[in-house]
Design a protein around this ligand. Structure first.
Ligand SMILES: NC(=O)c1ccc[n+]([C@@H]2O[C@H](COP(=O)([O-])OP(=O)(O)OC[C@H]3O[C@@H](n4cnc5c(N)ncnc54)[C@H](O)[C@@H]3O)[C@@H](O)[C@H]2O)c1
Ligand SMILES: O=C(O)[C@]1(O)C[C@@H](O)[C@@H](O)[C@H](O)C1
Length: 272
């Protein structure tokens, strides 16, 4: 997606996957990878699960958003310094704005309080969600995230809740955002009971492989307004591309490329 957009813009741009599993390295080796990338002259890196927090001590500076979120998915090397940014939250916010404009934001339920869930929660509150209920099988994690958001946005804006309360909370909600791994090719299934989906509930899934998750398919069939995870994946890349190059990419063109890419076979992961 990055390379194709750069080709369109006439930029010379190499985007390489450095996969710790393929390298036989633990997640804690992210600092070594960062140092190696800096040494050999990369302009920056995207960082993904499970390294978005582990990378923090290896950075010289954080953008205000990355600092607030305590997570980095984009590192830019500039003037000898490694600067961490978070484009997951801005990517979700833009995708949401584009895909579900005018969606009611009075009461929203977020399922999943992990790294991506934290970025989505920041975006939802920034977009104006009045009351956000965060549900996670790890109820303590949901509570911690709600507490951190409360410090930034106001104590009454976010609440952590256990899965047992999901039915009651969803019945009163305007929208549901799903941010757990359920629905990915490796974790198929529906994260909530289909009986809880009703036509006046909007549903956003952030899983994007496949784009048409069981949740997206079921919610659409039941008449809900639906947003799939593709927009977030693309717009986080749009914001990262701008940070790496200083050039504004064509977001709609990247979205079209991405849709083509996810429809094809998965990447061939090999390092030689
Ligand atoms: N669209 C995008 O750009 C984008 C970006 C990052 C991640 N993602 C997607 O988001 C998913 C989550 O990523 P992450 O990095 O936050 O993972 P993570 O492992 O950090 O967090 C997942 C959270 O979900 C919770 N959980 C798991 N099953 C649950 C269930 N049945 N009910 C309630 N909570 C449950 C876990 O306890 C955990 O807190 C990924 O699997 C990926 O598909 C999408
Ligand atoms: O793991 C993913 O799904 C990501 O989309 C991969 C990578 O592009 C990162 O920049 C994103 O934060 C997360």
């Amino acid at each position: 997606m990055h390379e194709r957009e750069a080709d369109e813009l006439g930029l010379r741009y190499l985007y390489r996957r450095l996969d710790l599993d393929v390298m036989g390295q633990p997640a804690t080796a992210v600092g070594d990878v960062l140092a190696a990338a800096r040494l050999v002259g990369y302009d920056g890196l995207n960082v993904t699960h499970p390294c978005k927090q582990l990378v923090l001590p290896h950075l010289d500076e954080l953008s205000p958003d990355a600092e607030a979120l305590g997570a980095v998915n984009t590192v830019v090397f500039r003037d000898g310094r490694a600067v961490g940014h978070n484009t997951d939250w801005s990517g979700f916010a833009r995708a949401f704005d584009r895909g579900l404009p005018d969606a009611a934001l009075d009461r929203v339920v977020l399922l999943g309080a992990g790294g991506a869930g934290a970025a989505v929660a920041h975006a939802l509150l920034t977009l104006g969600t009045r009351r956000l209920t965060i549900v996670d099988v790890d109820a303590a994690r949901a509570g911690e995230l709600a507490g951190a958001l409360g410090d930034r946005f106001g104590a009454d804006r976010a609440t952590g809740a256990a899965p047992a309360t999901l039915d009651a909370t969803l019945r009163e909600a305007d929208g549901l955002v799903h941010a757990t791994p359920t629905g990915m090719a490796a974790h198929p299934g529906l994260p909530v009971d289909a009986a809880l989906l009703r036509p006046d509930l909007w549903v956003a899934d952030i899983v994007y492989r496949p784009l048409e998750t069981e949740l997206v398919r079921t919610a659409r069939r039941l008449g809900c307004r639906v947003l799939d995870g593709g927009g977030m994946a693309v717009f986080q890349a749009v914001d990262a591309f701008r940070l790496f190059t200083g050039v504004e990419p064509d977001a709609e063109r990247m979205l079209a490329h991405f849709t083509e890419l996810v429809a094809g076979p998965g990447p061939d992961v090999r390092i030689s």
